[in-house]
Design a binder for this molecule. Structure first.
Ligand code: ADP
Ligand code: MG
Length: 256
């Protein structure tokens, strides 16, 4: 797949999700594909066993997120937000139920397929940035493309750096950047390979409030520009200025 710098319209068209079996887009909308589910979770269970004790974290959770949306997962610490995001990313395996992403039920995939699927269809932004410290900014941004067998287009990576207000920092190492700057690079890394779904787990947890607001604006804008869908977990939704769908995780389920 090539990755030349192209317009938002092109990205939006290219990133139309495949239809999810059994789910029909509602008719008569401005965007005919806007009401297609990019994520559909049914009856999700997850428990952790520590020693002799089994602790249920998610108990029959249902969730649907339409393509192109911005959903915010809200819940107290320990409610299972990270657990849910890790299951959606295929980092952790489900105890029961199904997770359909962009038409693929990842709960049925074996380990190598799930890794391939995650690399190509999902972007992840972590609280602690998780850039690779021994690689430059440019190399960190090239990695998702290389892992997917996509062409590494230096002009495009430079364009992305300009978009995240870090022009000319191609050859900097993560430790030479501030926390906010590292998280901006991590946002670029999460969208560079054109994923369908971007997951962000408390992405501003390590940042001061002003930087946190800027990072959330950049995250929501760049994900939208790339035609992807954003699911972000936070316990401080008050700093989000963009309209979003609130998903409250409580007692292992999401209400509404
Ligand atoms: P949140 O992100 O909302 O703070 P988590 O998903 O991290 O919540 O954790 C939910 C619950 O699951 C917590 O009680 C936590 O201790 C437990 N938990 C999370 N990961 C593991 C694990 N790998 N092993 C055992 N328990 C875990
Ligand atoms: Mg967490």
């Amino acid at each position: 797949m090539h990755a030349a710098p192209v317009s938002f319209r092109y990205y939006a068209q290219r990133c139309q999700p495949r239809a999810v079996p059994g789910i029909r887009a509602r008719q008569g909308r401005r965007n005919p594909w806007q009401n297609v589910a990019v994520l559909e979770i049914r009856n999700l269970y997850k428990a952790y066993v520590t020693g002799t004790e089994q602790r249920s974290v998610l108990g029959g959770l249902d969730l649907r997120i339409d393509s192109g949306g911005f959903a915010v997962l809200i819940g107290r610490s320990g409610s299972g937000k990270s657990t849910l995001l890790n299951l959606i990313a295929g980092i952790d395996r489900v105890g029961g139920g199904s997770i359909v992403i962009d038409g693929t039920d990842i709960s049925t995939l074996a380990e190598p397929e799930i890794t391939r699927f995650r690399r190509s269809r999902i972007g992840f932004v972590f609280q602690s940035f998780n850039l690779i410290p021994t690689l430059t900014v440019a190399e960190n941004l090239a990695l998702p493309l290389q892992l997917n067998g996509m062409r590494v287009d230096t002009d495009r990576i430079e364009g992305l750096l300009a978009r995240i207000s870090l022009p000319g920092r191609l050859h900097a190492y993560p430790e030479q950047l501030s926390g906010g700057e590292q998280q901006r690079v991590a946002i670029a890394r999460a969208i560079v390979h054109q994923p369908a779904l971007v997951l962000a787990d408390e992405p501003t947890g390590n940042l001061d409030t002003m930087t946190a607001r800027q990072v959330i604006s950049l995250l929501t804008e760049t994900v939208a520009e790339h035609g992807a869908t954003l699911l972000m977990a936070t316990h401080s939704p008050e700093i989000i200025d963009t309209p979003y769908t609130a998903l409250r995780l409580e007692d292992g389920r999401i209400d509404g």
